[in-house]
Design a protein around this ligand. Structure first.
Ligand SMILES: Nc1nc2c(c(=O)[nH]1)N[C@H]1C(S)=C(S)[C@@H](COP(=O)(O)OP(=O)(O)OC[C@H]3O[C@@H](n4cnc5c(=O)[nH]c(N)nc54)[C@H](O)[C@@H]3O)O[C@H]1N2
Ligand SMILES: Nc1nc2c(c(=O)[nH]1)N[C@H]1C(S)=C(S)[C@@H](COP(=O)(O)OP(=O)(O)OC[C@H]3O[C@@H](n4cnc5c(=O)[nH]c(N)nc54)[C@H](O)[C@@H]3O)O[C@H]1N2
Ligand code: SF4
Ligand SMILES: [Mo]
Length: 673
């Protein structure tokens, strides 16, 4: 980037990445470049606290390694050699191939993959509309927290949980499987302040990660057994008469049946399941039961199991049992806090265009891309997703991407491990080069950001790319005629919450910026019965009960945890961040390491029936015995043997929510000779 700072000014924008916060901030620009980033103290969700990664967003936007032109593959699949072509050539080739496939095999021979590269709504979801119009199979988008969402919804429907800004009123914090120092940074100051005032923060984790300094007590738990802990805590609350029976009896359905089932779930029983000492479980339950406004902050880690939805149901029920939801600061953080929807997503996603009854679960993309799959996929379009690194069954996915008969198109900003397999590679834009609406999933807020500069070279936003492809396919719907700015204006015209907005808020949305929305009424139950659904007759398991995690085939349970310096594979191009993260580590308990003759710094191989993956061992008491943890997602060239941790993960899906079970796997580990 040239650094001629002339006539610069500050523009408001928002972060396009997949955090609960969606921080708003300012960028310094001259309309052609971004020079620097400045946090915005007035921003509703971040309050001016943005992560280190985005404080130098300009380095990614002006990264010399960006893809700037459409390209066609010249080397072998996976090699990453390409030659520039024009957009016209690219679109003609893609749409000619697709038309031929559709007439010969039907539209279901084409598939797409999209996830969380860009989380702003138009750019994230416009492809869904395009592919529905094309007639391909629906993609089940459950790579992240869908089991958590379903578990919560089964009990509370769309009831708004706490907005993290309400945590200042809580009097006890139970931080449950959440690496907040990385993923909910903005909530740490209130908890730190609370702890100074004598409020207690307890972390329940498989691996403490960055949370050890932010809590008063660390409780280590065996992976996938949190449901047992929640049940035993409720058994103690019952025995000690710390439940708010009036509240639960009057506000819920099915309470009696569940209440009567609790006796079997003693702390002694739960101790055997979880590995947590019996008296710790009892003490935790008493502390929680005596608190007036305790808050449970739940991450997504313990929902990424076959039993994940049930685990979340049980933890949500625990959050309700003492009546905490009635009091300011009491309740639950980790689902949607919104009182009602701000935006109608169907205007972007167009469910009215669904033709196909088929489905592809993104977690099972490895099997779906197989040459032996019953409904052979002959073309794959990837945008906002790096499936070669981030999705389970990595070896299966790579085998699929290597298929010579798979016509692969990737729309990307960088030559990722997925992009290396593209037949046609298309250049994508950054958030400041496009216009969109932003809806943080963890805060009561939303906003807009209008294009600040043109994309460099021939890069195009997802919206503009799908418009070109739609024209190439001959789609004439008005949807595809609109510019992204017209689409954004249309969404603003039709906001379901428009009546609730002040003139100045509407002005902010029109100019670009985030606005704060009212917190939900936490006892207005938005469920079909208008009550808390302790029992859910429509689910396969109506009565909440303990379900153990998947059977261990190997002696060590394997969990994946977010890294501080990167966000899935976003930011891994930036050398300073990659250096800060360091090499691919496997966290091990000292007893598990000693019995295998392993010390910190040793190269080790973790293996199971799927793969052998090389790591650097890091021996620490911050992980529960019997488990290993792999922080971060690495690109192949940053790994030791070409494979990442996702090569050790099966593509099984959860019982509730059809979601990822990436933490529900086991391995053995040996020292590399
Ligand atoms: N810096 C940074 N920020 C991020 C991300 C990132 O990779 N890096 N990722 C972004 C994304 S995509 C998301 S979805 C969000 C949220 O990201 P999530 O992936 O939901 O991460 P967390 O909820 O913070 O952390 C999950 C925690 O669950 C723990 N865990 C795993 N299994 C169990 C279990 O059985 N029991 C218990 N008690 N704990 C368990 C893990 O040890 C881990 O600490 O963060 C976003 N923000
Ligand atoms: N081992 C392990 N695996 C994980 C996780 C983990 O913690 N550990 N986390 C899981 C979770 S929670 C999630 S949400 C998934 C995320 O998985 P992915 O959706 O694959 O997320 P990223 O790795 O961030 O890759 C997103 C890609 O989108 C590209 N991109 C960004 N903006 C745009 C755009 O506007 N247009 C286009 N066309 N492309 C764009 C980026 O350059 C990037 O390469 O990973 C999951 N996989
Ligand atoms: S990556 Fe997350 S914490 Fe960082 S600025 Fe974006 S939303 Fe905020
Ligand atoms: Mo995620």
């Amino acid at each position: 980037m040239e650094n001629h700072r002339m006539n610069t000014y500050w523009k408001k924008t928002a972060c396009p990445y997949d955090c609960p916060t969606t921080c708003g901030f300012y960028v310094e620009t001259d309309g052609k470049q971004i020079f620097s980033v400045r946090p915005d103290k007035e921003d509703p969700s971040s309050g001016g606290l943005i992560c280190g990664k985005m404080r130098h967003y300009e380095k990614d936007i002006h990264d010399p390694n960006r893809i700037l032109t459409p390209m066609k593959r010249t080397g072998a699949k996976g090699e990453g050699r390409f030659a520039p072509i024009s957009w016209e050539e690219a679109v003609t080739e893609i749409t000619d191939r697709w038309k031929a496939l559709i007439s010969r095999y039907g539209a279901e021979s084409i598939a797409y993959s999209n996830y969380s590269g860009v989380m702003s709504q138009i750019q994230r979801h416009c492809g869904t509309a395009f592919f529905r119009r094309l007639g391909v199979r629906e993609v089940v988008m459950t790579l992240c927290s869908a089991a958590k969402g379903e578990g919560y919804r089964s009990v509370l429907g769309s009831t708004g949980c706490l907005d993290p800004r309400e945590l200042k009123d809580s009097d006890y914090y139970l931080i449950w499987g959440c690496q907040m120092g990385a993923t909910r940074l903005q909530e740490i100051p209130d908890i730190t302040k609370g702890r100074r005032q004598g409020k207690k923060a307890v972390v329940i984790e498989v691996f403490a990660g960055n949370m050890a300094p932010h809590c008063d007590e660390l409780v280590l738990i065996r992976p996938g057994t949190d449901g047992a802990l929640a049940l035993a805590m409720m058994q103690v609350l019952k025995e000690e008469q710390l439940m708010d029976l009036d509240f639960m009896q009057s506000q819920s359905v099915g309470f009696e049946e569940f209440y009567n089932s609790l006796n079997a779930y003693t702390p002694e029983w739960a101790s055997r399941e979880t590995g947590i000492p019996e008296d710790t479980i009892r003490r935790l339950a008493l502390e929680y039961g005596h608190a007036k406004a305790p808050a449970i902050i739940l991450g997504s880690g313990n929902s990424r199991y076959e039993n994940g939805g049930m685990t979340v149901r049980l933890i949500v029920l625990l959050s309700l049992m003492t009546g905490a939801w009635k009091r300011p600061g009491g309740g639950f953080v980790g689902a949607s806090p919104a009182a009602s929807p701000y935006l109608d997503p169907n205007r972007i996603k167009r469910p009215d265009w669904i033709h196909s009854t088929g489905k592809i679960n993104i977690n099972q993309m490895g099997a779906a891309l197989s040459a032996d799959a019953p409904d052979l996929i002959r073309s794959l379009y990837v945008y906002g997703n790096n499936l070669a690194d981030t999705v389970s069954d990595q070896a299966g996915i790579r085998r699929g991407l290597e298929r010579e008969d798979l016509f692969t198109v990737v729309h990307e900003r960088f030559v990722t491990d997925t992009a290396r397999y593209a037949d046609i590679l298309l250049p994508a834009a950054f958030s400041v080069e496009q216009s969109d609406i932003f809806t943080p999933y963890g805060y009561c807020a939303f906003g807009t950001s209008w294009k600040i500069m043109d994309p460099p070279g021939k890069a195009l936003s997802n919206w503009n790319t799908f418009r070109l492809l739609a024209r190439g396919m001959g789609f004439e719907e008005e949807y595809f005629q609109k510019t992204e700015e017209e689409m954004l204006e249309d969404l603003l015209e039709h906001l379901p919450c428009r009546q609730e907005l002040s003139d100045s808020q509407i002005r902010t949305l029109k100019e670009g910026g985030m606005i704060s929305m009212p917190f939900a009424d936490h006892t207005c139950w938005k469920t079909p019965s208008r009550k808390i659904q302790v029992v859910s007759p429509d689910l396969p398991d109506p009565l909440p009960a303990y379900q153990p995690p998947a059977k261990d085939l190997y002696p060590l349970r394997l969990v994946s945890v977010p890294a501080m310096a990167t966000l899935n594979t976003t930011f891994i191009e930036r050398q300073a961040l990659a250096n800060r993260r360091g090499s691919m580590k496997l966290m091990m308990h000292p007893l598990d390491a000693a019995s295998r003759g392993i010390s910190s710094g040793d190269r080790v191989i973790a293996f199971n029936d799927l793969a052998e993956v090389e790591f650097e061992a890091s021996v620490t008491c911050d992980i529960v015995q019997g488990a290993v943890a792999a922080p971060g997602v690495y690109r192949a060239s940053q790994t030791f043997n070409g494979l990442g941790v996702n090569a050790l993960q099966h593509g099984r899906i959860s019982r509730l929510g059809e979601a990822t079970t990436m933490n529900d796997n086991s391995v053995e580990v040996r020292r590399k000779p």
